[in-house]
Design a protein around this ligand. Sequence first.
Ligand code: GRG
Length: 334
Amino acid sequence: MDNLFERPDHAMLPGKSSWYVAVMGEIHLASDKVSPDAMAQFNLTSYLLSRQEIVTRHLENALRPRRPEILFKSMQYSLESEGKRLRPILCLAGCDLGGGDPTLAIPTACALEMLHTASLIHDDLPAMDNDDLRRGKPANHKVFGEGIALLAGDALLSYALEFILINTQQVPADRLLRVMHTLINRVGISGLAGGQAVDIESEGREEIDLETVEFIHSRKTGSLIDAAMVTGATLAGADEGTIARLSRYARKVGIAFQIVDDVLDVVGTSQQLGKTPNKDERSRKATYPRLFGVEGSMRRARELIDSAKAEMEPFGHRAIPLLAMAEFVYTRSA
Ligand code: GRG
């Protein structure tokens, strides 16, 4: 049988020194306080675009045609559709901040996008969030049917883990085992699946409370963002203090990300979001805007982002990309 998944070309990712020179310009590694000038010099757009391109190119090489063709095409359709690639980018940044060569983290970064994509495919199904549109295109089940969409999610979920094992190089087995455990944990009952279950259970309820909304947000969205930072830093061999700090940053950014997502559902357009807006209110979902309104929700998101950024203080200038990405989560419009 063909080897479905060829090893991607790791040479596409620049080595660490050119990485810093190309992206960070004259900003260097001193761990002193980050000045507004240093932040202003950092070009987040080119940072994100360059990493999106690397991740997308590796994802394009990650799947190879094989039977059954319809399942392969369904997986490819969603994996290669246009997404922000935020979780892979955070994983590379976590590896970098943890002192590792981000090249080591590329297979895990790709796996995170596969897991995320699997969750989006399942989320759009009529039995879940029931959306016809995703990333500006018809949802997977609208093109391939519900059965195949369900299986494409399942196949991406298992392949994500296999992909890491096949492709990760020069990482000690104990680190790899921890990466696998982190990912398995964050997609299961303690993570995505658990958050989604409570989301479904709470739908249509007139009484909702903050504890339930935070339970849903932290698991449905926070878990994978946390997994991205933790796995990146673990691959780098970062110390426990650094991993814990990155995890706290990620948990706060993760909840803020979902708050902004819920606010965009209220104020955004279909063209801007690439999915159907105003669905949360129609389904009486348990969201922040329902509890606190748009302004109150954005105030909470602001607090979380500031607190996430404060976690980065000990890292000084090395944390500039993560500081800028936290702001991006707050200001994003799609
Ligand atoms: C099959 C792994 C798996 C899980 C099943 C369906 C489900 C349980 C969980 C759904 C989780 C979910 C869809 C959470 C929403 C997270 C979120 C805010 C998605 C949007 O993320 P963006 O904005 O999307 O990063 P792009 O398209 O840019 O990647």
